[in-house]
Design a binder for this molecule. Structure first.
Ligand code: SF4
Length: 328
């Protein structure tokens, strides 16, 4: 077996410590960051962390196939829409393929026994190892002394005595190790996966309930603006600030229609079919989120996907603002 491993780097402290334990044993470490483009992990932190450790980092996207896992996870969801067991199996399968591609001998993660109820208890750890096809090749250095020895330990490539026996949710020992090892580039434990966030989960569940084949782009949009469901395949997103307005404008491609008012007001992106009704609802929602609503009637001018468009203010724009739109 090669004295080289692939270390999954998330940007958090635990994965950085796990990789450092390998470096201390003079193993070659190739970092791997698996990116969810809707911002579940912190790519910039992972890059800074790899740089501080002095290891190369490959960034790979989980891709649209991950959405099948999200739609129907074999092992269910956690508190939000987080399919943690299936998510890890999916990611570790990618790590296995990458390990084989770069000729490394095993995969290293920062998992800690008992730290997370869904995916880091002993049974799910074993299950994840087996289903990802990494049996004997998945080393969790922070808890290794509490787990069955892996192949690199049995072969003497990794010295088990120099691995750790951490367990549970306390992070005190990790903080002490980080301080002693000079590891400063990592995200705070309070950050985390958007899929566990109840508001994000609500929007994600709505997306999967209304779209047969959502894309990673649809998931990315869940991180921007206020979302309103107006029909089975149509949603309106209202920007909350200028940056979001610009981001919504950037999504004005096929299947998406962006209304940008020529008066002071937020951008609205219609995701899905944009018939007159949806456009009219978008106008209502824009008016609901601007002081313009309080002005007397008259024509309203917009850019619609970059082309000028003018409409008369409708009665319901003021009296029943967007009552057909469900806030997500
Ligand atoms: S918290 Fe999010 S990224 Fe982490 S395993 Fe669960 S679903 Fe995957």
């Amino acid at each position: 077996m090669e004295r080289a491993c692939v270390a999954l780097i998330s940007g958090g402290l635990d994965s950085a410590l796990a990789a450092k334990l390998m470096l201390e044993q003079r193993l070659e470490v190739q970092g791997l960051f698996l990116s969810m483009s809707w911002g579940c992990c912190e790519k910039a932190k992972a890059q800074a962390c790899a740089q501080q450790l002095g290891i190369p980092l490959m960034v790979l996207s989980v891709g649209d196939a991950y959405l099948d896992v999200l739609r129907a996870p074999k092992y269910g969801y956690g508190s939000g829409m987080n399919p943690c067991v299936d998510c890890r199996i999916y990611m570790f399968r990618i790590a296995k393929r990458y390990m084989e591609e770069v000729g490394a001998g095993f995969v290293v993660t920062g998992e800690v026994l008992g730290q997370r109820p869904m995916s880091q208890m002993r049974r799910p750890l074993d299950l994840i190892e087996a289903e990802s096809g990494l049996e004997g090749l998945l080393l969790r250095p922070l808890s290794a002394q509490l787990l069955e020895p892996t192949l690199p330990e049995l072969l003497g490539i990794v010295d088990r005595e120099r691995l750790l026996n951490l367990a549970g949710r306390s992070r005190q020992e990790q903080f002490a190790l980080a301080k002693a090892g000079g590891i400063t580039e990592h995200s705070t434990p309070a950050g985390g996966c958007l899929l566990t966030d109840e508001h994000f989960a609500k929007k994600a569940k709505d997306l999967f309930a209304n779209e047969e084949h959502p894309t990673t782009k649809d998931m990315e949009l869940l991180t921007i603006g206020r979302h309103f469901r107006v029909a089975a395949h149509t949603k309106i997103i209202i920007g909350r600030n200028e940056l979001e307005n610009l981001m919504l404008e950037g999504h004005a491609q096929e299947g998406y229609t962006c209304l940008r008012p020529k008066f002071a007001g937020p951008a609205a992106l219609v995701a899905g079919a944009c018939a007159e009704e949806a456009k009219s609802l978008a106008v209502s929602l824009i008016l609901r989120h601007t002081k313009e609503e309080k002005r007397p009637g008259g024509a309203l001018s917009f850019w619609v996907n970059g082309s000028p468009w003018t409409t008369e203010r409708q009665r319901r724009d003021v009296s029943q603002p967007a009552s057909d739109a469900i806030k997500l």
